[in-house]
Design a protein around this ligand. Sequence first.
Ligand code: NAD
Ligand code: NA
Length: 399
Amino acid sequence: MIIEPVIQGVIARSAHPYGCRQAVREQIEYVRSAPPIQAGPKRVLILGASSGFGLASRIALTFGGAEADTVGVSFERGPSEKGVGSAGWYNNIFFRQEAEQAGRVATNIIGDAFSPEVRDQVIKAIRTDLGGQVDLVVYSLATGVRPDPTTGELWRSVIKTVGEPLTGQTVNLETGQLDTVTVDAATPAEIEATVKVMGGDDWAAWIDTLLQAGVLAPGCRTVAYSYIGPAITYPIYHQGTLGRAKVHLHATAADINRRLNAIGGGADVAVCKALVTKASVFIPALGPYILALFKVMKESGTHEGCIEQMQRLFQSRLYGQQHIGRDEQGLIRMDDWEMAEDVQLAVTELIAMITPENFQSVSDYAGYREDFLKLNGFGLQDVDYHQEIDFQELKVLEP
Ligand code: NAD
Ligand code: NA
């Protein structure tokens, strides 16, 4: 079988297993050559470990100087009659293979991170595979649904505005066009549901569960990821439903911080750069901003991907520093280069020029599309995409 990219709107319907392996290897190579993380954590739990910032965190912590052993939790699909399986499924497998070759422990737990069963599995894995405790918990889940832990009913997050509807443009990766979309204003119930799914509730519940089980080591830290962005994107992000959830996440960090202070640790939110991930391509009307941002940051030499962001976070902020640089709200700003005044000025100018007719040539559409394909294992160098893949060979790979 030959696996080709299949894109539906902004969703990849196929993934190339050996392309995913190559993407993991490239990230490993990057962190091995980057300034190393000093005095880093040795045992780490990553919730949302299979893609985006969570996978990059795992790679940075294992191969970027800390030499961490990890337990990673994710929700992914293996090969079946429905298809080869998801990119994250293969990222988990090939990350583990690479980590084990380097003498590290890498346990993959596949399941719903909101469920009590997965919480139990994680506690067991920390006891059996990581010697009983972890020094860091990375919270990097991105999802649209969460069951109410008391009733089991599903909360569904929405990506909408708060107040007025908004018309903007979205990158359609299937057609290669900039589609005009209108984003509706959320109802109060939708805002609340989004906060339940993407706010800090579940992060706090995880930390409580782990504390009670005694699997957090003295000095244990936790970090979750957020986005704020510039004022021009506030209507769709920061002041929209997702922004409401992030404000809740930031407030929750203060609560968790107090609880972890009791064991000599603490909690942080790292505000990251806007990047192409499986989750972020869903955000409507953010298209022109990201396309312009990539163009400007690449020209200024400050562009980063998930792996560069995460290596810099652990190396220059969270570990080996006298003081973790935080802003007046207590947030770690990994979006510092994105938010630089000259970058934002140039981005605003470029956005004003972008039209559905010219966006492919004036913005970084090519880079955006390339990143999206890479997330799914396509377009990597040193992968032979004409080579037949044996489905049986994929089926025997274990997470
Ligand atoms: P992603 O889609 O690449 O990763 C999400 C991870 O969560 C995957 O590993 C997935 O398997 C896992 N997951 C989802 N639902 C799950 C469930 N029910 N049980 C277990 N695992 C589950 O997303 P990402 O962009 O890396 O997002 C991670 C965090 O980073 C989010 O909080 C997001 O808001 C934040 N962030 C993203 C950006 C960006 O531009 N992408 C910028 C700043 C902050
Ligand atoms: Na992630």
